[in-house]
Design a binder for this molecule. Structure first.
Ligand SMILES: [Zn+2]
Length: 146
């Protein structure tokens, strides 16, 4: 991230947390530490924090950079990626996709399918897989109680 981008990023944090310090030495530290990372990743991390359980606390620099990958590290990770087969739905996909989102979604789909079929509903894996995240969450919330 560029220095100015980091300042704008910190201003955004300040908008949510008025006591967030933007003194020179703090800004300097954030600029140094965030420099290697992509702006989208950093903002995504803040969004995650704002939606998370700790959202009443000011996000720490340590939290923002945790698990983030620099562009070089991301390229490297891609090269190490290999195709795997999901043991629940038998679809083939890169390991990173499986780890990042497929596993959770696929487990939830299989769980829902079982419940919905027990209730005599005609529903296929594909129907649930095609739902966007928000709709899927709604269906999940509705049926997980049963
Ligand atoms: Zn699967």
């Amino acid at each position: 991230m560029q220095k100015l981008e980091v300042i704008n990023f910190m201003k955004k944090i300040k908008a949510y947390y008025q006591t967030f310090s933007m003194e020179d030495y703090v800004v300097k530290e954030w600029q140094d530490r965030l420099k290697p990372y992509d702006i989208e990743d950093v903002y995504a991390k803040l969004d995650q924090h704002l939606r998370g359980e700790q959202h009443d606390q000011i996000p720490k620099l340590h939290y923002i950079t945790k698990f983030l990958k620099t562009p070089e590290e991301k390229t490297k990770a891609k090269c190490n990626d290999y195709l795997i087969c999901c043991n629940l739905c038998s679809q083939e996909m890169p390991l990173s996709e499986y780890d990042n989102k497929h596993f959770d979604r696929c487990s939830s789909i299989n769980y829902l399918l079982r419940i919905m079929k027990e209730k005599g509903m005609k529903v296929e894996y594909q129907d649930l897989e095609n739902l966007d995240e928000i709709k899927f969450q709604k269906v999940y919330e509705k049926y997980k109680k049963y």
